[in-house]
Design a protein around this ligand. Structure first.
Ligand code: AMP
Ligand code: MG
Length: 340
């Protein structure tokens, strides 16, 4: 594959250069604490369109707009008291808030919706870049549409390197899962659109009201077209999600399959080199950091199928389960053939 992309270290000189690329409407893959994003000037129609073209992303899928200070919020969104409370508590951080948009944000960034999804990331290099560019940055994850999100600059180079020119390296993503998305268009009825690192319970505590789970959530009567759902966050290798996985099940299963436990299974002998775990002790924060990198490794490892144990419980387990469920729908869904 032809590679055009250059990976930049975050020197002042490189940041100035990449800020200029962004101001001129170009694309830059950027590090965030969640996953790497493919960024462009959120106030520019042609710049936003370039994101969709590079990712092969359908224009019906809205982008997240990234800002560097609370002052910039009113430039892109119409905040309400509930949004300001969440912002003060969780920003900078892995929480995205959906609010009515301003005219500065073109329809291209919001898939034609009158609302915008906005977040203030904590990654210091990205914050510096946003400030230098002087514009809010629209960014989805920096991967071809439907594939596993990147958590290193090398992941971005591998899957988008022939379609983009600039990648800013900010090290491995500290969190490793996409942000939590809360819909506050109706501030008294907050809705969780995507579970993530900031838990539904944390959000509910700050708002003082329960946070409903979106009906669009996977596995609960999804309104999203099956083709789109099936390919979201998924490796090419079929992923099978298990409510319960034991060393015995793995040992009895195929040697050509990979078996991924949440924690290191006791008594499992990995004689066939196909036993993996997300974190030795089952710490879910560490598991999140490792998940996408491991799925990519296994996808390239020649396994026939990837079996994964589903983490149980609320909080980060809800976010991990959501991503795994979407990764696995490719195999359970109808359009398995498309993914071959
Ligand atoms: P995901 O499928 O992980 O990309 O989840 C993102 C969710 O946030 C989807 O349900 C989107 O429709 C929703 N979302 C993102 N941006 C907006 C927006 N501008 N207005 C309304 N919903 C949005
Ligand atoms: Mg994505």
């Amino acid at each position: 594959m032809a590679r055009n992309a250059r990976i930049y270290r975050g020197t002042p000189r490189n940041l100035a250069r990449l800020a200029r690329v962004l101001r001129e409407g170009g694309l830059v893959a950027v590090p965030t604490e969640t996953v790497y994003g493919l960024a462009a000037d959120a106030t520019s129609r042609p710049a936003c369109l370039r994101i969709f073209a590079a990712k092969g992303r359908p224009s019906s899928d809205p982008l997240i707009v990234h800002i560097a200070s609370l002052r910039d919020l009113a430039r892109v969104a119409v905040p309400n008291a509930a949004a300001l409370r969440l912002a003060r508590r969780f920003w900078p951080g892995a929480l995205t808030i959906v609010l009515p948009k301003t005219d500065d944000v073109p329809d291209e960034a919001t898939a034609g919706l009158p609302s915008v999804a906005v977040r203030m990331p904590s990654h210091p290099l990205l914050r510096r870049l946003i400030r230098l560019a002087g514009v809010p940055l629209a960014a989805p994850s920096a991967n071809p549409f439907g594939y596993v999100s990147p958590t290193t600059a090398a992941h971005v180079a591998r899957s988008l390197g022939s379609r983009i020119r600039h990648i800013l390296d900010g090290g491995p993503s500290a969190i490793g899962l996409e942000s939590t998305i809360v819909d506050l268009r109706a501030p008294r009825r907050p809705v969780l659109l995507r579970p993530g690192p900031i838990t539904r319970q944390q959000v509910a505590r700050v708002l003082g009201v329960p946070v409903a789970r979106s009906r669009k959530a996977p596995g609960r009567g999804s309104q999203v077209a099956p083709g789109q759902m099936a390919r979201h966050y998924s490796p090419r290798t079929p992923v099978i999600l298990h409510a319960r996985l034991t060393p015995g099940i793995a040992a009895a299963g195929s040697a050509r399959d990979a078996w991924v436990f949440v924690r290191r299974p006791r008594g499992a002998r990995d004689k066939r080199g196909n036993i993996f775990w997300l974190d030795a002790r089952g710490d879910l924060g560490r598991a999140a950091r490792r998940l996408f990198a491991l799925l990519r490794e296994l996808d390239e490892g020649g396994f026939r199928r990837i079996h994964v144990e589903r983490p149980r419980g609320a909080g980060m387990a809800e976010a991990l389960s959501d991503r795994l469920q979407r990764a696995s729908s490719s195999w359970l869904g109808k359009d398995r053939g498309q993914l071959a």
